[in-house]
Design a protein around this ligand. Structure first.
Ligand SMILES: Nc1ncnc2c1ncn2[C@@H]1O[C@H](COP(=O)(O)OP(=O)(O)O)[C@@H](O)[C@H]1O
Ligand SMILES: [Mg+2]
Length: 312
């Protein structure tokens, strides 16, 4: 299967490699190429056919459907895997929004709730809430965006430690909550619950907030199935969800993904299954058919579609 692992396009500008995207930097724009790299345990564990296109097209769908709430960085989507974006300075805050009491990592709200924490983003939760319960209202639970480890900080601490000015943080909070409400609304109409997500913002020349990076993709967000949610949590089960955990579990069982220098290759049937799941959630969420031209190799197609962005 043809996967997009890494790109090296000529004359598009200085190339930087993120975990998932290859970014070409031009004076006023970024060419963001979403590859099929799949990251976990802070490294690339597999390449999932069509994943890059699913991520990029999902973001494009959501940028279109939220442009009335906040301006975004999109200038053009010249290829299913590519967004040409306004180049902005990212704010050092990740706008995490949570709608449900869930998660398993140390920064997740369920872990913190179980450890006795009750105040989240200005909301005080009662004792005795069950895992995966809906929060009384969505909360803004930002983290810092740092080289080492992102930290969850209170709004007060974010301002005191100099990450962001209070007025701008308040604006960011309102916009993030409005985006999340829209996301929940649109997702529900397609039979899904938007559980949590994170946004990144930049500032334009006039100091206005602009939404950058990606929005409501299956990588930046958690989704559950709407129709089975009530019954499953009432019976103490986990909600049905878009699940990529099975691949992580396989790696944990077959190697030490945190320490081994090289990793075994993921089983082909699991890679194919994950690809199907990405495409299925894209189609359900957007109501659009995933129709990407596979008649020419993906790198060749992108190269052709980016011709007008080449710098002489
Ligand atoms: N419009 C933009 N202006 C500046 N930086 C951006 C913009 N959109 C996205 N970025 C940055 O580009 C990178 C995208 O690549 P990605 O693979 O997601 O990287 P990461 O490994 O940091 O998540 C991120 O670091 C993101 O903050
Ligand atoms: Mg990213």
């Amino acid at each position: 299967m043809d996967t997009l692992k890494e790109t090296h396009f000529a004359d598009l500008g200085e190339r930087r490699q993120g975990k998932v995207r290859d970014v070409y930097v031009q004076p006023d724009k970024l060419i963001l190429v979403a590859t099929d790299r799949h990251s976990s345990f802070d490294r690339i564990i597999a390449h999932i056919p069509q994943k890059g296109a699913v991520l990029n097209l999902s973001s494009a769908f959501w940028f279109e459907n939220t442009a009335d709430i906040v301006p975004n960085h999109v200038l053009d989507v010249p290829d299913p895997n590519v967004t040409v974006a306004k180049r902005l300075k990212p704010l050092p805050v990740e706008a995490v929004v949570r709608g449900y009491l869930t998660g398993t990592t140390s920064t997740s709200i369920w872990t913190r709730y179980q450890a006795g924490e009750r105040i989240f983003g200005g909301l005080t939760l009662p004792d005795g809430m069950k895992k995966n319960a809906k929060l009384p209202s969505a909360i803004f639970d930002p983290t810092t965006k740092e080289d080492a480890h992102d930290r969850t900080l209170s709004l007060k601490a974010l301002v005191e430690e100099g990450f962001i000015e209070a007025g701008l943080l308040e604006k960011l909070r309102k916009v993030a909550l409005a985006l999340f409400a829209r996301g929940q609304d649109v997702a529900a109409r397609h039979g899904l619950l938007l559980v949590d997500t994170k946004y990144e913002f930049g500032l334009d020349a006039d100091g206005g907030l602009v939404l950058i990076d990606e929005i409501h993709t299956p990588d930046s967000s958690r989704y559950w199935k709407l129709d089975t949610y009530e019954a499953r949590i009432a019976t103490g089960n986990e909600p049905d969800y878009f699940d990529k955990e099975f691949l992580r579990i396989w790696f944990r069982e077959h190697c030490n993904p945190y320490e081994d220098a090289t990793l075994p290759e993921a089983p082909a049937d699991m890679v194919a299954e994950l690809s199907r799941r990405y495409i299925a959630i894209y189609e359900q969420l957007t109501g659009r058919t995933f129709a990407v031209d596979r008649s020419i190799p993906v790198a060749q197609r992108i190269d052709k579609n980016l011709a007008k962005y080449r710098m002489a």
